[in-house]
Design a protein around this ligand. Structure first.
Ligand SMILES: NC(=O)c1ccc[n+]([C@@H]2O[C@H](COP(=O)([O-])OP(=O)(O)OC[C@H]3O[C@@H](n4cnc5c(N)ncnc54)[C@H](O)[C@@H]3O)[C@@H](O)[C@H]2O)c1
Length: 253
């Protein structure tokens, strides 16, 4: 898969899955706008990728849930590199909490970042791609929790399920402009946050049919495929990357 001279925006990419997606895209020739809310993290991540891959990776620190900032990211991509080909809404916040006392503030934060950030990035990117008349790819980031109930994750799970419907719905609007839109749905994935917890890997290795949690590379490999030329005829779909976890239900045996 080559991404030579493709221009991509990836949100929430200072670390974790988004960082790995940016690294792989840059390694394969893409110019990347790397976003993170944390300015230091965004700058360090973009520098690391630019140095290691000899690539054009530009940091854009800001809130991926802010509609005006989303528009600025698209404009930055176009002014720096002339066009935009790929938009990946990766930023997502996970706010756990008991349903009976779940605070309205947490609910609206989850919806603003996970849903608003993805919806309006898709909108801004698709408007730019439509103008270019050369197609494009949008990828949203769902989760296994959009498919399977998880304790204390009602708002998050609901936001992830909604993203899968958004991808299906936008097939109507985007296909005539040769823009495909899909979602990747990671299962439990080892990131810095979860690597710090020695129990996390142990528990998920026991309950995952493939015997281990996902790595960021597992998720990035799938993300790159979905935004590559090889996946141009795939649209409105979600690929679950969870080592089989959502395929099984608790067994009596
Ligand atoms: N890690 C997992 O196990 C897992 C499983 C399923 C789905 N996901 C989804 O994958 C995506 C990436 O997850 P991750 O685990 O790599 O995340 P992470 O927590 O490792 O990193 C996310 C980055 O996003 C940034 N961020 C948070 N809010 C932001 C905002 N409003 N604007 C810009 N940046 C923001 C954070 O600063 C952080 O650097 C998320 O959408 C998440 O819901 C992750």
């Amino acid at each position: 898969m080559s991404f030579k001279n493709k221009v991509a925006i990836v949100t929430g990419a200072g670390q974790g899955i988004g960082f790995e997606i940016c690294s792989q895209l840059a390694k394969k020739g893409a110019h990347v706008i790397l976003n993170d809310l944390d300015e230091t993290l965004a700058k360090q991540a973009a520098k690391k990728i630019s140095d290691n891959q000899h690539a054009n990776c530009i940091a854009m620190a800001g809130d991926s849930g802010d509609i005006h900032f989303i528009q600025q990211m698209v404009e930055a991509g176009v002014s720096q590199f002339g066009h935009l080909d790929i938009a990946i809404a990766n930023a997502g916040i996970t706010l756990f909490g008991d349903f009976f006392t779940y605070p309205a503030e947490s609910f609206f934060n989850v919806m603003r970042v996970n849903l608003g950030g993805s919806f309006f990035l898709a909108q801004a990117a698709a408007n730019q791609m439509k103008k270019q008349e050369d197609g494009g790819s949008v990828l949203l980031t769902s989760s296994v929790t959009g498919h399977q109930a998880h304790k204390d994750l009602a708002a998050y799970g609901m936001s992830k399920a909604a993203l899968e419907m958004l991808a299906k719905n936008l097939v109507i609007e985007l296909s005539k402009y040769k823009i495909n839109i899909n979602t990747v749905a990671p299962g439990a994935t080892l990131t810095k946050r979860t690597l710090d917890d020695p129990e996390y890997s142990k528990i998920w290795s026991q309950i995952t049919p493939m015997g281990r949690p996902a790595t960021v590379t597992d998720i990035a490999n799938t993300a790159l495929f979905l935004v590559s030329e090889k996946a141009k005829h795939i649209t409105g779909q979600s690929i679950i990357v969870d080592g089989g976890w959502t395929s099984i239900s608790p067994s009596p045996f």
